[in-house]
Write a protein that binds this ligand. Structure first.
Ligand code: PA5
Length: 472
């Protein structure tokens, strides 16, 4: 395999966890190191061998660990053949969709859309949809639906799309999720009205991304969809951001999907090779796990210090909650965006119950020029003392001030620093958090894959609606 750059541009700092009465100690971390390394071995060696053999023991079912190898596999296939490889197909089909569409609606729920939303917010302009066509480089506006049952939101989007050239990317691994399937019907209906049921137009304007069988696959076939992508076997919804599920929408947005995968591959390389105390995945999991076991700290606040990382935080909320919230254990995730939420949540984080770990996620650089506080002739607001200071400088002071306050109050903090919110950094972050979730599950003795609890609401809802499953 091509050796990918070891991911030095993402760092984890645990010094905020080393607290005398309320945190944990470096020696406790050192004692955990061998268990962390065994959990790593289980996640990337034992699990891969089990999946390859096809003989998966009952207690490991479901085993959806293929996400781990995906970045390297996709990159290698692409290097071998730029046209026919999956990445080549994703890039060329996204280009075609871009040429034919002013807007693309991404239908999907949970793991089927949250990664794409995180990529849009992280890598694209904050006001992406408001830019002119030219400013977006001819790329389509992006909307997300099929992730709720919200009558008014559906109506508004359908109205917004009327009379424009638009397409649908519908993502559902099972192909049967009701929210997404119902939305597809609505949008399909609207497309058929708009294109007078011209089946060729419809076939080009609907791109299903789904499992190899199921109702969405069947619908895609009967519509004759020209582009269909697969959610690979052995990759679960919330672990699928670096498959076509996240990559096809990302390519439609003009995000460099090769860089996303290279970032993830770099994280894999570090994960495989670095010792526990220098390994971002194991550092993060080790400290979080110890705090939960030793101090009963089971609320995980991901404090992102950039608005563009809010959806990446929500993506991690889903990943952690659905993966480890089982058997009456598992940390509760919360995303906070700072400094915004310092004015809504920080009071509680600092002086509320001692059950929270704050995980700061910051970036080293900004994507645009640094804005400076302007000087004014009349200093009524007394801000001339800050004249010439850049906004990132103010943000750093807020971060350091918050960390100092948390430290004095004996509140544990982990600092994760990304280079930027570019595709490479986000790829690193996604892969780091997916690996971390699996390792944490193995430490807790919880199968991180599958979400049996969610099935109950689906069954109840279907029975309330009188839905009868057709026998195949
Ligand atoms: O992580 C998961 O597996 C879930 O959140 C799914 O992504 C979500 O339930 C949607 O499922 P599907 O893609 O089958 O429509």
């Amino acid at each position: 395999m091509e050796p990918y750059l070891v991911s030095q541009s993402l760092s984890v700092n645990l010094s905020g966890c080393w607290l005398e009465h309320y945190g944990v100690t470096p020696s406790q971390f050192a004692e955990l190191a061998s268990r962390l390394e065994s959990a790593r071995h289980e996640s990337v060696v034992t699990d891969v061998a089990l999946m390859d053999s096809g003989e998966i023991p009952d207690q490991k079912i479901p085993l959806d660990g293929r996400f781990y190898q995906l970045p390297e596999v996709l990159l290698e296939d692409y290097n071998a053949d730029r046209q026919t490889s999956e990445l080549g197909q994703i890039l060329s089909d996204a280009r075609q969709l871009k040429n034919s569409s002013e807007a693309v609606v991404i239908l999907g729920i949970g793991g089927s859309y949250m990664g794409a939303k995180a990529i849009l917010e992280g890598c694209c302009e904050p006001y992406y949809n408001e830019l002119s066509d030219g400013q977006r480089g001819g790329r389509p506006r992006i909307y997300f639906e099929g992730n709720s049952l919200d009558n008014d939101a559906l109506q508004s989007l359908l109205a917004r799309l009327a009379d424009s050239r638009w397409s649908v990317v519908v993502i559902s691994k099972s192909g049967g999720t009701l929210e997404t399937a119902v939305a597809l019907r609505m949008f399909l209906d609207a497309l058929q009205q708009q294109y007078s049921a011209d089946s060729d137009e419809i076939a080009r304007r609907v791109v299903p991304i789904t499992g190899a069988s199921g109702r969405l696959d069947a619908l895609g076939k009967s519509l004759g969809c020209k582009s269909v992508f697969r959610v690979p076997d052995g990759v679960g919804g919330r672990f699928s951001v670096l498959s076509a599920v996240g990559l096809f929408p990302a390519a439609c947005m003009g995000v460099d999907i090769v860089q996303l995968l290279k970032g993830a591959a770099a994280m894999n390389e570090t994960f495989r090779t670095a010792p526990a105390d220098q390994n971002p995945v194991l550092q993060y999991v080790g400290a979080a796990h110890l705090l939960e076991q030793v101090r009963a700290i089971d609320i995980r606040v991901l404090s992102v210090w950039s608005k563009s990382l809010e959806s990446a935080g929500l993506w991690y909320d889903q990943l952690l909650a659905e993966s480890l919230g089982k058997a009456e254990i598992g940390a509760t995730p919360v995303t906070a965006v700072n400094t915004r939420d310092l004015h809504s949540r920080a009071q509680q984080h600092q002086e509320g119950r001692r059950n929270k770990l704050i995980v700061n996620v910051t970036t080293r650089t900004t994507r645009t020029d640094r804005l400076q506080v302007p000087e004014r002739e009349h200093d009524d607001d007394e801000l001339n003392q800050l004249a010439g200071r850049a906004v990132p400088e103010l943000l750093t002071a807020a971060l350091q001030g918050t960390n100092q306050a948390l430290q004095s109050a004996g509140r544990p903090v982990i600092d994760i620093e990304l280079e930027s919110t570019d595709a490479f950094s986000l790829g690193q972050f996604f892969q780091m958090m997916m690996l971390a979730t699996v390792v944490e599950g193995r430490l807790l003795g919880i199968n991180p894959y599958g979400q049996p609890g969610v099935e109950a609401y689906k069954r109840n809802m279907q029975s309330l609606l009188g839905i009868v499953k057709r026998k195949d």
